[in-house]
Ligand binder design. Structure first.
Ligand SMILES: [Zn+2]
Ligand SMILES: [Zn+2]
Length: 277
């Protein structure tokens, strides 16, 4: 059963409004402000009354109840160190001593990014949180993704990025949605990591068609010139945050653009990873 708590449309959250204010039309802002007052009341109600777990519907003041929180996060899967694709159990047995294992695709044709951290596969039940974040502005899911990505990063031996950026949306999509769901993860993650975050360092200059129906090579061509860098990334290690990584073509194109602009290293932080193309 899908249950949405009273705080599921928290448009008053500064992670959304502050970063995207300059790009959101006036009418949208007024609507969001009105919703902000409504959600302030909802915030009080949510804390005065019991709320429900986003996954199982049990009573819970937090986004997830204790049982779901313990059960679904940080699934013990060995992933490709570069693209976070889940690796077969045979690889796990053969190379379990080496934590930096790679999938065949990354060995054959390495992408432009250096590393990818992913929390879990994109599938039920955690895909519900990604949908809630992306289409219903449930920003608590962004915070939860950030908290778990931070814990995952703390357990790795990876260098700390100089700056954290969200995978940008095109202007049209940002206007339509009113917020960037990747920024809702990137901002709290940067705060937890004590790293500077910047939502305007990279822009999406070309809107690309839906990726899921395209083959790998077409996806690569499709996003090849989708991004533009406006900040100074020379010599920097950039942490790129996204909610869902599907083929990796978008993040590859973004990392390629960053490196062509002088970035030294790119690490992806993605909440959920689609297991196969
Ligand atoms: Zn639950
Ligand atoms: Zn890989």
């Amino acid at each position: 059963m899908r249950v949405f708590s009273a705080s599921s449309r928290d448009f008053s959250d500064p992670a959304v409004m502050k970063s995207d204010r300059i790009r959101v039309p006036f009418r949208t802002l007024i609507t969001a402000r009105a919703r902000g007052f409504a959600s302030a009341a909802q915030w009080l109600i949510a804390r005065a009354l019991p709320s429900q777990c986003a996954l199982c519907g049990n009573l819970s003041q937090a986004l997830l109840c204790g049982g779901c929180d313990a059960q679904y996060w940080n699934e013990p899967r060995l992933r490709c160190a570069t693209c976070a694709l889940p690796l077969a159990a045979s690889v796990m047995r053969r190379e379990r001593e080496d934590l930096r294992v790679h999938c065949a695709a990354c060995l054959e044709s390495p992408p432009a990014f250096n590393d990818t951290l992913a929390l879990a596969d994109y599938r039920a039940p955690l895909d519900t949180l990604a949908v809630e974040l992306k289409f219903r502005a449930r920003l608590a899911a962004g915070e939860a993704f950030a908290r778990h990505l931070h814990a995952l990063f703390e357990g790795c031996n990876l260098p700390v990025p100089d700056v954290i950026v969200p995978t940008p949306l095109s202007r049209a999509r940002l206007t339509a949605r009113g917020y960037n769901q990747a920024w809702a993860i990137a901002r709290p993650l940067a705060r937890m990591m004590r790293v500077h975050s910047d939502a305007s360092m990279v822009a999406r200059v070309r809107h690309t068609s839906a990726q899921s129906r395209l083959d790998r090579e077409t996806r690569r061509r499709n996003v090849a010139s989708a991004f533009a860098v406006s900040g100074d990334v020379r010599g920097k290690h950039i942490g790129v945050v996204d909610d869902v990584m599907t083929s990796g073509a978008t993040l590859d194109a973004l990392a390629r653009t960053l490196k062509l602009s002088g970035a030294r290293r790119v690490t992806n932080f993605v909440a959920l990873r689609t297991p196969n193309d």
